[in-house]
Design a protein around this ligand. Structure first.
Ligand SMILES: O=C(O)C(=O)C[C@]1(C(=O)O)C=C[C@@H](O)C=C1
Length: 277
């Protein structure tokens, strides 16, 4: 495990969307990017100080919250008391269906690109680039299924779906099966890295499909604490993530908590003025 002070953990392996988001913010020329097997491993490596920061997926424009990450923020067993969100990264997510196409024939490529959108930004389903009749198993991260419903229900209805820890893990698994029976929903980058064919491209339901990632750090990390102090002196405004639990037995408990925003409007600024930290 990297001890470098500029090390950044991410949900791996290489070529995951989380890796791509991490590279956007933390170029490898200045940071050591450290792949982790699960989102929880990213939390654990930041909490333990093994890495300086971590990148985790948080929510998707078409499929909503990443529940694994939300559960870790809720932290019911108190494992991650020092984790703080200190940044956000948005990534446009274009999914591909990846596999070994050696035994399949080409479908008509001239009609293969389904990227037209309707008025609501919904993408009509992309058409497969290859005959998919040999595909018997699909691998991906659970978040990806819900982003590709139209393509999956039209061309791969009833095919067994197997959850794996990330989309790039799915590409790795599928690369091992050269029979053509397995396919992954993952990125083109992961396909290239694992020697897989693109059997379908832009298979996400909605144009503009994007995922928001959070950057994590320890709240007592002195290098950031000093920078925060300096920023506050300059009246820099930050977005804030607040996590809390309400008394579930009390009617209106959540409304009571939220009422504080109405009661003290001067303490809160409109987010358009806030700097993504
Ligand atoms: O980073 C990856 O590749 C993942 O598998 C995670 C994840 C997520 O949990 O949202 C990241 C981006 C996409 O929305 C789909 C999956």
């Amino acid at each position: 495990m990297a001890q470098n002070k500029d090390s950044v953990a991410y949900l791996g392996p290489k070529a995951s969307y989380t890796h791509q988001a991490a590279l956007d913010r933390f170029p490898e020329t200045e940071h050591e990017l450290v792949p982790q097997t699960t989102i929880e491993d990213v939390f654990a490596s930041v909490q333990s100080g093994q890495v300086k920061q971590g990148v985790v997926p948080f929510e998707n424009s078409s499929n909503g919250s990443v529940v694994f990450t939300l559960d870790l923020f809720a932290d019911p067993t108190g494992k991650y008391p020092d984790i703080l969100v200190c940044g956000e990264i948005y990534l446009l997510v274009h999914h591909c269906l990846l596999g070994h196409a050696a035994n399949s024939s080409f479908s008509d490529k001239s009609t293969s690109n389904g990227t037209a959108t309707d008025g609501e930004g919904t993408t009509s389903p992309a058409k497969p680039l290859y005959d998919l009749s040999s595909v018997k198993k699909l691998y991906s991260h659970p978040q990806a299924w819900g982003q590709c419903n139209i393509f999956l229900s039209k061309y791969l209805k009833g095919i067994e779906r197997l959850d794996v820890s990330s989309t790039s893990k799915a590409a790795e698994v599928v690369a091992q099966d050269t029979t053509g029976a397995s396919a992954a929903i993952s990125s083109r980058v992961a396909g290239d890295l694992n020697g897989l064919e693109v059997l379908g491209e832009n298979i996400e339901d909605k144009a503009g499909n994007s995922t928001r990632f959070f950057v994590l750090r320890r709240k007592d990390d002195q290098t950031f604490v000093a920078a925060d102090g300096e920023a506050n002196e300059n009246e820099t405004r930050y977005k804030t993530l607040v996590s809390f639990t309400v008394a579930h037995g009390e009617t209106g408990a959540l409304a009571d908590c939220l009422a504080v925003f109405k009661k003290y409007p001067d303490h809160f600024i409109h987010t358009s003025n806030a700097k993504p930290c």
